[in-house]
Design a protein around this ligand. Structure first.
Ligand SMILES: *Cc1c(COP(=O)(O)O)cnc(C)c1O
Length: 448
């Protein structure tokens, strides 16, 4: 396997781009990432012609894989050849909005923007504008894009910016709590209840190892926010149209948030974000309400075409059965391998997401008979329950360096492309096959 072209490209990139990349996580691969020439089904081919089974799938947006069905490709090309965009509305924005409103339980109205980050920025502004309050409760280890209100670390007592360039006075209004910890949420509401605009959370922590909610956790968040006149915002940028099919994770959980942020899949592989929710709240966006929000590219016709055709294709074909089946095969295969070779590790994920967290402590191989078989569900009767990650601190305590420095490269050497570190999630697409799953499980067997 040579990587001369990737190395040469990275060398050029380092001269003209910070860290040689346009998004920080891409440089997590050391000494340099491979550059992609093109995608092919469930595979990518790099600049040196190496071909990998791709479980990164653009970090989430590619539900259908790299080879789009003909009707999806045709719709995108037709839209692009009608001129890129106009600065005035188009029918396809209404079509996609109607589709989302029809399928996602909590969404009565929606506004499209250009990235998941922009969606969470706008949702936070909307929650503050609607409630007239300042504070936002977030989950430690949750990811809501590169934005001032959520790039915050520490705890509710001592929140601090997690990036240079963010004033402490911004971080002050953000209250980070551990995921799955009802007492911590109760405490911040006891202290700040009157000034909490919203609780903003991913339904499943999908950017931090994949941590599943405990039974009843989101019902609890729904109740306590309603009690205090705060909004519940689900950030479904990753889980939207991935977990729970077209109804998103909220339909699987049976919890109706006030607002939902979308991104990734809803744009069919093109830059996108969206904020949906109760009509009365969404109407607070300008021009119908006082919360300013605007964007030159928002509702971009090519993106709307890609998103609509992708979701329509998924509605009319066996997309979710296919990806969820393969997801289950991967997770149950990994559960067996881990029980055999690394009994302290935890297999996580649901639907078409999967990951192995390199947790350090476990119950020992003899007692694993009754464990969660297709990804951790925080089941109290699972022998792994006392050891499986419940929040970001538990994931952070895993063997993250082994994952990154040893394991990732061993998988790459076997032509399997996994996400760049222990924390990012991996995805099954409609283009993946059972052979991809078998080859990948074989590679895990050799690498773990
Ligand atoms: C990816 C992601 C974002 C950020 O979306 P971008 O399009 O990268 O700005 C926000 N929230 C969650 C849950 C995400 O997974």
């Amino acid at each position: 396997m040579t990587d001369e072209n990737s190395r040469a490209l990275y060398d050029r990139a380092l001269s003209v781009m910070p860290g040689g990349v346009n998004s920080a996580v891409r440089a997590a691969i050391e000494p340099y990432p491979f550059f992609v020439q093109k995608g092919d089904g469930g595979h990518v081919i790099d600049a040196d012609g190496n071909r990998y089974i791709d479980w990164v799938m653009g970090l989430g947006p590619l539900l259908l894989g790299h080879s789009l069905p003909e009707q999806v490709q045709a719709a995108i090309q037709k839209q692009a050849s009608a001129g890129p965009m106009y600065g005035t509305p188009t029918e396809i924005e209404v079509d996609l909005a109607e589709f989302v409103v029809r399928h996602v339980p909590s969404v009565e109205k929606i506004r499209f923007v250009n990235s998941g980050t922009e969606a969470t920025v706008s949702a936070v502004r909307l929650a503050r504008g609607y409630t007239g309050r300042n504070k936002i409760v977030v989950m430690q280890g949750g990811y809501h894009g590169a934005q001032e209100s959520t790039l915050v670390e520490g705890d509710a007592e001592n929140p601090a910016p997690s990036s240079a360039g963010i004033p402490q006075s911004f971080a002050e209004h953000t209250l980070p709590v551990p995921f799955n910890d009802e007492a911590a949420v109760r405490e911040v509401f006891d202290e700040h209840g009157d000034d909490i605009a919203a609780v903003l959370t991913e339904p499943i922590l999908a950017n931090y190892g994949i941590v599943h909610p405990e039974d009843g956790y989101h019902e609890f968040l729904r109740e306590i926010t309603a009690e205090h006149g705060s909004l519940l915002i689900f950030d479904e940028v990753i889980t939207g149209f991935r977990v729970g099919g077209l109804g998103c994770a909220q339909s699987e959980l049976g919890v109706i948030p006030d607002l939902t942020t979308f991104g990734k899949i809803i744009g069919g592989g093109f830059p996108v974000g969206a904020i949906g929710g109760r009509a009365e709240i969404i109407e607070s966006f300008a021009p119908s309400g006082p919360v300013f929000q605007a964007g030159t590219f928002s509702g971009h016709p090519v993106t709307m075409a890609a998103g609509l055709e992708t979701l329509q294709f998924a509605a009319e074909n066996d997309v979710y059965n296919h990806v969820n089946d393969l997801g289950e095969q991967l997770r149950s295969g990994l559960t067996d391998i881990v029980a055999d070779q690394a009994p302290s590790y935890t297999v996580t994920g649901t639907d078409s997401m999967f990951k192995v967290i390199f947790t350090r402590d476990g119950p020992g191989p003899d007692s694993l008979e009754e464990q969660c078989k297709t990804g951790c569900r925080q089941n109290p009767t699972c022998p792994r329950y006392d050891y499986c990650p419940k929040n970001s601190a538990d994931v952070k305590n895993a063997e993250t360096e082994r994952w990154r420095r040893i394991f990732w490269g061993k998988m790459k050497a076997q032509d399997v492309f996994l996400s760049q570190n222990q924390f990012e999630c991996q995805f099954v697409s409609y283009n993946h096959t059972e052979a991809d799953v078998e080859n990948t499980l074989e590679a895990y067997k050799n690498a773990l």
